[in-house]
Design a protein. Structure first.
Length: 448
């Protein structure tokens, strides 16, 4: 009887965990549409065109009196949004660990970002400053929300499940992005039949991403559970807590080494995601409908890529699989430098390559890091991870924007990003992940 009770309890616990995992997947479903429709497809080219409407005869806008080439304004806005996120995330991460109540903070971040994204409907004419401000708020809010979302992974998935659970989360996000992009493509290409101008259609697509984000966030908020925190007694303010986290992480130098490698190669990934549409429209002379189809192709193949790389990790280990994906990223960017203008077929081939490695490299990085987090410090450590994920991803857009400002060539800007993948590969290859997991006090999976 006692054995049956134990088995029934274990079964109930597993069922509860699966239910919570399914709810967790839906935050990727909710917020990934922002990354796809807003940041990757529509906002870059559209905000650049709005900035050009406001530019002087030399092609410069002057926010706060600073001369900025209109073509660089979007990249600089992305960089600023990331700096804002860096300032906010330590406060939120420390509050989440102290109180053990992540859900209210996740809700605040999600609905702040959703509201700012919905407000992009009012972006038009020469209102480039409004566009920049909304981008800063939405992007910073997404970074904070993702930090809290990621910190649930060690709590809802056993060590042997994490690669698969993380990969499924990314797959959910890319599936949602593909679904909404189909609707965006229909609306944008048939805007006349809907009685909309091209500009109005873009603004509807931007705002719809915010509404989607807000609506589907309700599912994880209902299913995820807050847990009591081992660090509840701490009363340190956010930045004092961050300093304490950094001091604690110095006791885990291999975890820090992984974060440094991830900071660098993920900076390259995030910059490709945010600047690919600008490259396609401004350098390759591709139309908005072509860019939408290309990103849709990325989304569809990223679902398969995330799941496929998750399976590869089972046989080859997460670290080796990530290293292989970084080689692929460098090759893809090198090929992108030579793409001919006005040739959408080759742009689609490049998009297919990006799709196959994008989801897997991100999902496996997240699950690998989850093994390196000391128990009870999930939000605290994932705050540092998110600062590496998005918080330090201002370097790539800044390099991209400066390269274009100095050379006037988006080809030079895109090829400069190869350095992030080469350096990231070299640093990750040196991290002894098994020892890092053991030093963090976690069980070492059979294959990692």
């Amino acid at each position: 009887m006692g054995t049956d009770t134990v088995q029934a309890g274990a079964a109930d616990e597993a069922a509860d965990r699966r239910r919570e995992q399914r709810g967790w997947y839906f935050y990727d479903w909710a917020c990934s549409v922002y990354s796809t429709s807003v940041l990757t497809v529509f906002l870059g080219p559209y905000l650049t065109s709005v900035a050009k409407n406001a530019a002087d005869a030399d092609g410069y806008v002057h926010p706060l009196g600073i001369p900025v080439r209109a073509g660089s304004f979007f990249a600089y806005s992305v960089s600023l949004s990331v700096i804002v996120a860096v300032l906010v995330m330590p406060l939120v991460g420390a509050a989440a660990d102290r109180g053990g109540r992540k859900k209210p903070l996740l809700a605040a971040a999600a609905y702040t970002g959703a509201a700012a994204t919905t407000g992009m409907f009012f972006l038009g004419g020469d209102r480039y400053l409004l566009g920049g401000a909304l981008l800063v708020v939405a992007n910073a809010a997404q970074s904070v929300g993702m930090m809290l979302y990621n910190s649930y992974l060690p709590q809802i998935a056993a060590p042997e499940e994490r690669d698969a659970v993380s990969s499924k989360g990314w797959a959910f996000g890319y599936a949602a992005g593909a679904l909404v992009l189909v609707a965006n493509l229909v609306l944008y290409m048939g805007h006349d039949s809907f009685g909309l101008s091209e500009s109005a259609a873009v603004r509807v697509c931007l705002a719809s991403a915010g509404l989607w984000w807000g609506a589907f966030t309700l599912i994880p908020l209902r299913r995820l559970r807050d847990r009591s925190s081992a660090t509840r007694e701490s009363t340190a303010p956010g930045f004092r807590q961050l300093a304490a986290t950094v001091r604690d992480m110095r006791r885990h130098p291999h975890t820090l080494a992984f974060l440094l490698a991830y900071l660098i190669y993920n900076d390259g990934i995030q910059t490709v995601i945010s600047q690919a549409s600008v490259y396609g429209s401004e350098e390759l002379d591709l139309g908005q409908s072509t860019l939408i189809v290309a990103v849709l192709l990325v989304q569809v193949l990223a679902v398969a890529g995330a799941l496929a790389l998750g399976r590869l990790a089972r046989t080859h280990g997460a670290k080796r699989t990530i290293l292989g994906s970084l080689v692929a990223w460098a090759v893809i960017l090198g090929a992108g430098f030579f793409l001919p203008a006005g040739a959408p077929v080759w742009f689609f081939v490049l998009a297919a390559g990006i799709g196959l490695v994008l989801g897997g490299s991100q999902a496996l990085s997240r699950s690998l890091f989850s093994h390196l987090v000391p128990p009870g410090k999930e939000a605290e450590y994932f705050s540092a991870y998110e600062m590496s994920d998005r918080g330090m991803s201002w370097l790539g857009p800044l390099l991209f924007g400066i390269t274009y400002q100095l050379t006037g060539s988006y080809r030079d800007a895109i090829i400069s990003l190869v350095a992030f993948f080469v350096i990231g590969f070299a640093l990750l290859a040196r991290v002894p992940v098994r020892r890092a997991i053991s030093d963090a006090g976690n069980p070492v999976p059979e294959r990692i």
